[in-house]
Design a protein around this ligand. Structure first.
Ligand code: AQP
Length: 330
């Protein structure tokens, strides 16, 4: 079975619709046919300041959401990144292989650092994609299910794997991004030119917020001139984004939805999408609450996941250390 790995940050507590449709939905589908490793990447979360209590809680909330959305811990290894020390260890190795200029070309760093004052931009935010490369390479990962925004980081990962292999002999599998075109980028409801992102809460739909609030956000989504419900990313990016979300949540094809809404306005589409989302998210929220009701059990699931992850990660790290020339402990 081909190996997949992906991670999600616990920074916001709730995932947003972009995280779910762009990434987590594929995680759930892939676990059927792949050897899957999924992690809550708390090491990545501290690239911006976190309150310790909130971070700890948000890691559980993130794991609970993954379970509630369909990750099956019997099939997938579900774990917290900091429970597997090999991530930080291989991360250091990868940092030593990365060029300064190469890291500086990462557009996500440019975007994220631009939103903060220079004194607040930690070096960790800069080296974040390098740690991400280690996350992936530790598992000899074949496919990495992510949203479009991660494509550049995946390219860096591939470059680092190839560089290491060339210098020290074949050690890592060179992974591929697994990006589902239709939902690769979910856009901000208030600014359909930008990706939906937790940094811009106004145009984001959160899985754990009151669905009434989500429905309201959907009703007030920025749409376009005209009134016809047609998928056209250039002329109608706002409406197209709503159709993408609608189609993904219902499994109904976009042309079918267009036909359904022919002669009706944007208002109907938005109102119905609010209902579709509410129907989807209500049972998810109930399951999240149930998992969070029993944190000891949740922690046990995560401990088992970390154990499975370490079995693989420790072998890869040992091999990499040996190749590099580190003296093996007696
Ligand atoms: N808008 C999106 N459309 C499709 N996929 C998306 N992802 C994020 N936003 C979208 C995918 O979600 C996965 C987990 O993301 P993350 O934990 O790395 O979070 P992030 O990218 O930091 O999330 P945000 O909201 O995009 O945060 P900021 O504002 O910090 O940039 C990834 O696979 C990602 O591609």
């Amino acid at each position: 079975r081909p190996r997949v790995l992906s991670g999600i940050q616990p920074t916001a507590g709730s995932f947003h619709l972009g995280n779910y449709l762009g990434a987590v939905r594929q995680w759930v589908a892939l676990q059927e046919s792949h050897d899957a490793f999924y992690c809550v990447v708390d090491l990545h979360a501290i690239t911006v300041e976190q309150d310790p209590k909130t971070l700890r809680q948000n890691s559980r909330v993130s794991a609970a959401q993954l379970l509630a959305l369909g990750i099956d811990p019997e099939r997938s290894a579900l774990f917290v990144q900091s429970h597997v020390p090999e991530h930080a260890q291989l991360g250091w190795v990868m940092q030593c292989l990365t060029g300064f200029g190469e890291a500086g070309r990462m557009t996500q760093f440019k975007d994220k650092s631009a939103r903060q004052t220079a004194d607040h931009v930690g070096v960790g935010l800069f080296t974040y994609p390098i740690l991400q490369a280690a996350d992936i390479l530790l598992y000899q990962t074949q496919f990495v299910p992510v949203g479009e925004d991660q494509r550049q980081h995946l390219e860096l990962t591939r470059d680092l794997a190839q560089r290491f292999n060339k210098r020290y002999g074949k050690t890592f599998r060179v992974p591929e991004a697994y990006i589902v075109k239709d939902t690769a980028k979910i856009y901000d409801l208030q600014d359909p030119a930008a990706k939906m992102s937790k940094s811009v809460p106004a145009g984001m739909v959160e899985l754990l917020e009151d669905p009434k609030r989500s429905a309201k956000k959907i009703r007030s989504a920025v749409t376009d001139a005209g009134r016809e419900v047609v998928f056209d990313v250039v002329e109608k990016p706002g409406v197209s984004n709503l159709l993408t979300i609608y189609s993904a949540l219902t499994g109904r094809a976009v042309p079918e939805l267009e036909a359904d809404y022919a002669g009706r306005g944007y208002g109907d589409l938005k109102k119905d999408l609010g209902e579709v989302f509410t129907e989807f998210v209500t049972p998810v929220q109930a399951r999240v609450a149930a998992y969070l009701d029993d944190p000891a059990e949740l922690d046990k699931v995560l401990a088992r996941g970390a154990e499975r992850a370490r079995e693989v990660a420790s072998v890869t790290l040992a091999r990499a250390y040996e190749r590099i020339g580190f003296l093996a402990p007696a």
